[in-house]
Design a protein around this ligand. Structure first.
Ligand SMILES: Nc1ncnc2c1ncn2[C@@H]1O[C@H](COP(=O)(O)OP(=O)(O)OP(=O)(O)O)[C@@H](O)[C@H]1O
Ligand SMILES: [Mg+2]
Length: 411
C-alpha cells in the first residue's frame, strides 16, 4: 500500500478538479436547514446510526439526474413535521418543499446547482392530466428544461450499503446501476430512458383502458422501438468500453470485473443492423398487446440484466464473498471514474456510504490513495471516524448529531 502520497500533502484546494464548495439543504429529511462549507478532497461525515449521514449524501446525489441514491419518492424527502423548528431560510428556496443547492468548482470555474420540488400539471397517460410533484433544476439560478441536462454539468458516482446486495437483487437494480454509468458518459441516455418510460406508460394505459386506439398504439410502438434500440445500443457500447478500459488498466488491488449483458435486444445487436432490430422490437410490442390485454405473464425483452464475473477466478459476482462483491463494485466504479477522467478530463464526485464495511485495511487504504490520486472529491460516511484518520491531512471531518453537522478539528 502506498500511503505516502496522502500523508505528505496538505489540503490543497487546487488539486481537486471538481468539487462541491458549499452545500445548502432546506427541509431535507432530518435537516430543516444545513449549510456546509467545504474545501478538502475528502469529506468525512461521522456519527451514530440514524444521525443523518446518508441523508447528506442523498442530498448531494440530487444534484445529478434521477431520484437520488435512495431512489426515493420526492414526497418522502421533505422534513416531517415532528422535526419542524424555526431556522434561517435562504433565498432560492421554496418554503413548502425541500431544496438542495450547491456551489460547485469545476476546473477552476464556479457555478451553482439548485434543485427543489414543485407541483406541475402533467400528461400522465392517454388523454389524462394530473397534478404531480417534480424536481425543478437550476444552473446559476437559470431553470433547466429538464433534469436530464444535469449530466452536462456534474457527474456523481455513489456506492451505498444497499448496493452490497446488488448481485443478489433483481435485474432492475443492476440495470439502474449500469444506466447511471451510461449516462455519466452519454448524457442523452437519461433523456432516452425517461422518454421511453413515458411512452411505455401511455401504451399500457391505452391497453388497460379498454378504449383501444390502434393508430395511437402503432405510433407509440414506432417511437418505443426506436428509443428502445438506442437504449440497448448505448448500454452495449458502454459495457464494451468499460471492459476494454478495465482490461487495459488492471488494478493492483481491486479484482478485474468482466461485464456482459443478458438481453434479447443487446444480443441481437451483436449480429443484426439496428434497423432490423427496431422492426423486431416493434413487432414484439405488437405481439405483447395481447398479453397486456389478457393480463398474461409478459416475459418482456426490456428486462436486460447486467452480469458481472470475477475474471481471474471466473466466478459470477453473485457467488463471490461479501468482501469480493464489494471489491468488484469498487473496481467497476473506479474504472468508471478513471475512464470519465480520460474521456472528459473532469473527475466525478464520489459518494461512498459506509465504504469501509467489508473491506480489509489494505483495501480500504488503497482505495483512499486511489481516490486521492484521481484529484476528486470523495464523501465518506462512518460511525467511527478513526477509520479515516489516514487521510486527515486532506480531509474535513464533520460530526453528524442532533439533526445538524459540525466540523471537527482533528490534530
Ligand atoms: N423525511 C424525513 N424527515 C425527517 N427525518 C427523516 C426523514 N427521512 C428520514 N428521516 C430520519 O433520518 C434518519 C436517518 O438518517 P440516515 O439514514 O442519514 O442516518 P445514518 O447516519 O446514515 O445512519 P446509519 O449509520 O444507520 O446508516 C432517521 O432517524 C430517519 O427517521
Ligand atoms: Mg447511513
Amino acid at each position: 500500500m502506498n500511503n505516502t502520497a496522502i500523508e505528505d500533502v496538505n489540503i490543497c484546494e487546487t488539486k481537486v478538479r471538481s468539487a462541491i464548495r458549499r452545500l445548502t439543504l432546506v427541509n431535507f429529511r432530518n435537516y430543516k436547514y444545513l449549510r456546509l462549507n467545504l474545501k478538502a478532497p475528502f469529506i468525512v461525515l461521522s456519527g451514530e446510526n440514524g444521525s443523518g449521514k446518508t441523508n447528506v449524501l442523498e442530498a448531494v446525489s440530487f444534484l445529478s439526474q434521477g431520484r437520488g441514491l435512495r431512489n426515493a419518492k420526492l414526497s418522502e424527502v421533505k422534513t416531517f413535521d415532528f422535526l419542524a423548528q424555526k431556522q434561517p431560510v435562504p433565498v432560492f428556496i421554496n418554503n413548502n418543499g425541500w431544496a438542495v443547492s450547491a456551489q460547485i468548482e469545476k476546473m477552476g470555474e464556479e457555478f451553482s446547482i439548485g434543485t427543489a420540488v414543485e407541483s406541475v400539471v402533467k400528461e400522465t397517460g392517454y388523454n389524462e392530466m394530473k397534478e404531480v410533484e417534480r424536481r425543478n433544476v437550476q444552473i446559476n439560478e437559470q431553470k433547466l428544461a429538464s433534469q436530464n441536462e444535469l449530466g452536462q454539468y456534474i457527474s456523481i458516482i455513489w456506492l451505498t450499503p444497499s448496493m452490497d446486495r446488488l448481485f443478489q437483487s433483481g435485474p432492475q437494480q443492476r440495470r439502474s446501476f449500469l444506466d447511471r454509468i451510461v449516462y455519466a458518459f452519454d448524457t442523452d441516455h437519461a433523456r432516452r430512458l425517461s422518454a421511453y418510460d413515458n411512452l411505455y406508460r401511455q401504451w399500457l394505459q391505452i391497453l388497460k383502458s379498454g378504449n383501444i386506439n390502434t393508430s395511437w398504439l402503432n405510433a407509440l410502438e414506432e417511437q418505443m422501438s426506436g428509443i428502445g434500440v438506442a437504449i440497448a445500443a448505448a448500454r452495449r457500447e458502454q459495457v464494451q468500453k468499460l471492459n476494454l478500459f478495465i482490461e487495459q488498466n488492471p488494478d493492483d488491488i481491486f479484482p478485474e470485473a468482466l461485464l456482459s449483458l443478458d438481453g434479447t435486444i443487446e444480443k441481437m445487436l451483436d449480429e443484426k443492423p439496428a434497423v432490423y432490430v427496431e422492426d423486431y422490437y416493434r413487432e414484439s410490442l405488437f405481439n405483447q398487446r395481447r398479453s397486456v390485454l389478457f393480463n398474461e405473464n409478459n416475459s418482456g425483452f426490456n428486462k436486460t440484466d447486467l452480469c458481472v464475473v470475477y475474471k481471474k477466478k471466473n466466478v459470477p459476482a453473485g457467488l463471490c464473498s461479501t468482501g469480493e462483491q464489494k471489491s468488484l463494485l469498487l473496481s467497476i466504479i473506479l474504472a468508471q471514474a478513471k475512464s470519465l477522467i480520460c474521456s472528459r478530463g473532469i473527475p466525478p464526485i464520489m459518494l461512498l456510504d459506509e465504504v469501509a464495511a467489508h473491506l480489509d485495511d489494505i483495501k480500504k487504504n488503497a482505495l483512499l490513495s486511489k481516490l486521492y490520486e484521481l484529484h476528486l472529491q470523495a464523501w465518506l460516511t462512518t460511525t467511527n471516524l478513526f477509520e479515516f484518520l489516514e487521510v486527515k491531512k486532506n480531509a474535513q471531518f464533520f460530526e453528524v448529531k442532533d439533526n445538524t453537522v459540525n466540523e471537527l478539528i482533528i490534530r
